[in-house]
Design a protein around this ligand. Structure first.
Ligand SMILES: [Zn+2]
Length: 244
């Protein structure tokens, strides 16, 4: 008798332990905030159109959405969601949360999110002060280097485009850096169009490019000769021989 009672309690504890995680999950209502349109800063500043998103147990029948103590919306079917505009509320810090009702009559409480509703101007300020200048800079620097090189009338090392030329560290061939090659600081991780090997290449100076060109194509005088077809060479030799 004593022994079977002990077994009974042991089994009961096991069942409770196994049920505990499911139970805890049942009771939880998890709230997150989605940005549908607008601005969300790093420090919890928000402005624009946002949505409450709630996840809860299957037995949920209703979710109520709150901003501070004010009931702002009710949803009676999944997905549990409520959209609002921050401009419809006072500026400043607000507490956002939700409560849920289950079929069994339980009331569930969600986590609380704290956000600061900021004026529309601050969102634009952030874009104007940080994002737009960054985009412009990343376009302007290579563009101005390209134009500057052209204005100087530098024929040496020209013709490599906006992203400049590079000398392949593997085969020494000069090639134009590609727009799609990822930037790594001042270098790009780029593929040599001659040997096909990948390496980290920085923008080479006009002199370096000219050196590399000469190594590969020879000096400008011999270049025209090398590129002649055999027939043309022969024709030229014949033509030249008339003056001998
Ligand atoms: Zn190469």
């Amino acid at each position: 008798m004593n022994h079977s009672r002990r077994v009974f309690f042991f089994v009961l504890v096991l069942v409770l332990l196994a049920a505990a995680p499911v139970w805890a999950q049942e009771a939880a209502l998890s709230l997150r905030l989605d940005r549908d349109f607008g601005y969300g800063g790093f420090s919890g500043d928000i402005q624009g159109t946002f949505s409450f998103r709630v996840k809860g147990p299957e037995t949920l029948t209703e979710v109520q959405f709150y901003i501070d103590k004010e009931l702002v919306g009710v949803d009676q079917k999944a997905p549990w969601r409520y959209q609002f505009r921050t401009d419809d509320f006072a500026l400043g810090v607000h507490k956002l949360y939700a409560t849920g009702r289950t079929a069994g009559g339980d009331v569930l409480q969600s986590n609380v999110l704290q956000r600061e509703f900021v004026p529309a101007a601050r969102g634009w300020d952030f874009a104007a002060k940080v994002v737009i200048p960054l985009i412009l800079l990343s376009l302007l620097i290579p563009m101005s280097m390209f134009l500057l090189g052209r204005r100087r009338g530098d024929r040496k090392g020209a013709g490599y485009g906006i992203w400049g030329g590079a000398v392949c560290p593997k085969c020494g061939y000069p090639f134009a850096r590609h727009i799609w090659a990822p930037n790594m600081g001042l270098s790009k991780f780029d593929r040599c169009s001659h040997c096909g090997k990948w390496s980290l290449v920085r923008r080479a100076s006009p002199d370096e490019l000219a050196d590399a060109e000469e190594r590969f194509y020879g000096s400008p005088e011999t270049e025209s000769e090398l590129q002649l077809s055999p027939e043309e060479k022969l024709r030229r030799q014949i033509e030249e021989s008339r003056f001998d």
